[in-house]
Design a protein around this ligand. Structure first.
Ligand code: ADE
Length: 311
């Protein structure tokens, strides 16, 4: 028998806040997604976790299910879904309604990327990152709207990234997530009439085992600390707290917005994640030389044609 969720998880929100609510969390079996799933369960929510990699997902879901106390309204189910595939996303929404009767919340956390200098990103790699992050999130939002929320309302949170200054080595995912942030503002306006709120959470540098496994050198995480006003990395539970706030009635008047959860790092002009190499390949604009060259050309023309006749 696994330890109860109460001995492993806590929340600043009141117990039972999400009793009888139903959430879908994409990528809910690992890292930030798992922390969100655990807090939702702790608060009484029924959660469908969805991911492309079913073995890892169902193992995490079984483990979380076995830690639920007997008297809770919380429940969890794992559903395999490649968010890039329209039919699989439609089926995720339909299965959730079949299993738990409704969809109150959607947390678009599933995504993927790989570190690369921008100039080296292949078209295949670019398309894969755009399809997973931007298109996948679009499909999940649209299908949640079509299959439940358009008629009954709901709340959506899209997890993006600290992208305010570009994102060296991660330009593809920053571009995709900037797109998500923008369509979030469109949906907030078009869907308010259906009782749907939609917002983003932008994590700064947050350590999790899954995130660290993405990098050949996980010390890259520690390397970000000098540019973080909070002088530490973020914790997955700190992202989850912002997500739960946005889903909750406490955020009933918040839509189309983004909460940065980054210890202030988004305020720093330079993120510290990318060391700028020395070079002298950006010479200044030499307007004095332009004038000199123009004068020389004028004199040259004058000598060749002689003074212009006034006739
Ligand atoms: N996590 C990473 N890529 C994914 C995908 N294509 N579908 C669902 N979850 C994912």
């Amino acid at each position: 028998m696994a330890a109860s969720i109460y001995s492993k998880v806590s929340s600043v929100f009141r117990p039972g806040l999400f009793s009888n609510k139903v959430a879908i969390v994409t990528g809910g079996g690992t890292g930030i997604g798992k922390a969100i799933t655990q807090e939702l369960l702790y608060l009484g929510c029924k959660v469908v976790v969805a991911s492309r990699k079913f073995d890892r997902l169902s193992k995490a879901a079984n483990e979380m299910k076995s830690s639920l106390p007997k008297d809770t309204t919380a429940d969890i189910k794992a559903i395999q879904c490649n968010i890039r595939k329209e039919e699989e996303v439609k089926s995720l929404m339909k299965s959730t309604v079949e299993e738990f009767g409704r969809i109150d919340y959607l947390v678009n956390n599933g995504g993927g990327q790989f570190p690369s200098p921008f100039a080296n990103i292949s078209l295949k790699g670019w398309n894969a990152v755009i399809e997973t992050n931007l298109t996948g999130t679009f499909l999940c939002c649209r299908e949640a709207h079509q299959n439940w929320m358009g008629e009954h309302g709901g709340s959506i949170v899209n997890i993006i990234v600290d992208l305010w200054n570009g994102f060296p080595m991660m330009g593809h995912t920053a571009a995709a997530r900037a797109g998500i942030e923008n369509f979030t503002r469109t949906c907030a306006q078009e869907w308010a009439q259906h009782g749907i709120r939609i917002n983003c959470v932008a994590p700064g540098t947050v350590w999790s085992e899954t995130a660290a496994a993405n990098y050949a050198d996980p010390s890259i995480f520690e390397g970000a600390i000098p540019a973080v006003p909070a002088k530490r990395l973020g914790k997955v539970e700190e992202i989850s707290a912002a997500v739960c706030y946005l889903l909750s009635p406490g955020a009933a008047y918040v839509t189309g917005d983004t909460i940065k959860v980054d210890g202030g790092s988004g305020l720093q002009g330079f993120s510290g994640k990318f060391v700028l190499p020395d070079h002298d390949n950006m010479p200044p604009y030499t307007w004095e030389e332009d004038i000199k060259k123009r004068k020389e050309e004028e004199e040259d023309a004058h000598t060749r044609t002689g003074p212009q006749s006034k006739l």
